[in-house]
Design a protein around this ligand. Sequence first.
Ligand code: AP5
Ligand code: MG
Length: 215
Amino acid sequence: MNVILLGPPGAGKGTQAQRLGDAFNLAPLSTGDMLRDEVKSGSNLGKTAKEIMDAGLLVPDDLIISMISDRIDHQSGDGVILDGFPRTTAQAVALDDMLEAKNLRMDFVIQLDVDEDAIVERLSGRFSCTECGAGYHDVFAKPSEDGVCDKCGSTEFSRRSDDNPETIRSRLQAYRDQTAPILPFYSEKGVLKTVDGMGAMEVVFNDIKEVVSAG
Ligand code: AP5
Ligand code: MG
């Protein structure tokens, strides 16, 4: 099974991709995470991407498309969950061609619907474990023991440099202008499902499970 999670910044794509991946043995592929790895490694792609990401803009389509194609080929599991890709019409068309060439198909495109007010609150409280990448939130998803990662026990955490009010505004604008227009593309194909992303994480997860289980 192959799934796309679509939604604005802070909709819960990463949170739900992890859960869905664990439940259905699917490989979560986040283009944002891949780009942050490139930034960390100091590669040329990382250097180009860092400035664009900190401005809240989108990295050029050709760079993203070649990066993801390779990952789809090398994933292990019973399918993929695409988180943060595609984000433009050109990426959606390229993904279609890519899947056809690999003899694969997209089973579900799940749009996580959230209010813009909640987005700022979610992103400004987000942090993650520097060691294993586990995601947390100051209010909604605190570690059981303050300052200690539930998953790996590390005490090092970090916050994303693009989670500041100004960059969040640009990211939202990029979503409205360049990503939301791809929704009709998937709706016409009959694979688009919308899930209310405003509930608690478990509730949203159950709704997503219901969608994919219903087929
Ligand atoms: P990317 O990393 O994809 O960021 P994004 O789309 O802005 O989404 P986020 O990761 O911020 O949010 P999320 O939906 O994953 O939410 P999360 O689950 O963490 O992209 C970053 C940048 O990279 C882009 O701006 C662009 O520059 C570049 N880029 C990436 N892909 C690209 C592409 N394809 N093309 C071009 N450029 C690209 O949740 C957020 C917080 O809320 C967490 O703290 C979580 O604990 C909490 N939370 C989650 N769900 C709930 C809930 N139900 N209730 C309460 N709190 C919740
Ligand atoms: Mg994410």
